[in-house]
Write a protein that binds this ligand. Sequence first.
Ligand SMILES: Nc1ncnc2c1ncn2[C@@H]1O[C@H](COP(=O)(O)OP(=O)(O)OP(=O)(O)O)[C@@H](O)[C@H]1O
Length: 338
Amino acid sequence: MDTETATESRDAIAASDVSLTYSDGTEAVRSVDLTVPEGEFFGFLGPNGAGKTTTIKMLATLLKPTGGEVRVNGFDVREQAQSVRESIGYMAQETSVDTELTARENVRFACEAYGVPRSERAERIEELLELADLADVADKRADDFSGGMKKRLDAATALVHRPPLVFLDEPTTGLDPKARNRLWEYFRRINEQGTTIFLTTQYLEEADQLCDRIAVILDGEIVATGSPAELKRQVGGELLDIEIDGGEAARERAAAVARSSGVFDEASVEVTEEGLTVTARNARTYGTDLLVALRDEGLTVTGFNVRAPTLDDVFLAITGEELAESADDAAVDAEVVR
Ligand SMILES: Nc1ncnc2c1ncn2[C@@H]1O[C@H](COP(=O)(O)OP(=O)(O)OP(=O)(O)O)[C@@H](O)[C@H]1O
């Protein structure tokens, strides 16, 4: 770190009223407030084009905010950009791995670029290759690595200077579930060792599995913040998925029965592709009453399930639409592209 001093702060990130408008007038980020305490695994969730990368680039000093205040590790991103850069790791969406080099050479190169003292390099390289689970292939060229291995190597290179905070921009997009799981383990290990993580993702399951806290961004604005459990509680109860035979007309009729049954407190009833979903505090208790009412109406119920809300339900409740495809679908897409 240079001679600039950080203010007293235990927040890794403190952003208030931050905006970024691109020169063509696109308001990519609007009045965002964000606080990430040291040590947290924080998830920034949103669909394509919501403003995740723009936000992460502002926090990492690659873009200047057009409004608001941002401090990262106590440093002001405008006035103390160099100190911010020295105190963070940044893994961009596009991998920066040099495929001509071996894994070890890539990490060594990053050590040189980040100015890791020569006497510490050998130990640091071994430690990171071990952490990234690449020790066995350390002397193989990255050209031969799978997508997941390249991502792990990329994340290792972002950590050579032992930053207390690391930004990971959609690190698992397009990876198959197995590769994704290994990357998750790696991120958990880094976080357990004390590194604060700011992760952007389009995958709800990823955020749910990894993050202590999540913010959901939509059209440049944060629309929800909380732990996965808090956000799920906000959905307001349990969900009753009911499958109905007989096409859309039958499903609409079933929804009307559910809405007028009077047994659910503040229930929300949605017609789905298969039937309907009822969200209510007393879904479990009164579910069977609803089934009786549907049968009395002459409707055929072919399936019935009560479940706790997932982050998909949270997203649906907030935005009225589903988020992107699931991570598994993305992996299938990636397969097809190849
Ligand atoms: N250089 C730019 N100039 C103008 N508009 C931009 C620029 N970069 C991004 N945008 C726009 O800003 C908005 C936010 O983009 P951003 O890349 O931050 O979203 P994102 O959530 O990271 O999406 P993705 O998952 O696709 O990376 C989008 O409408 C995008 O088209």
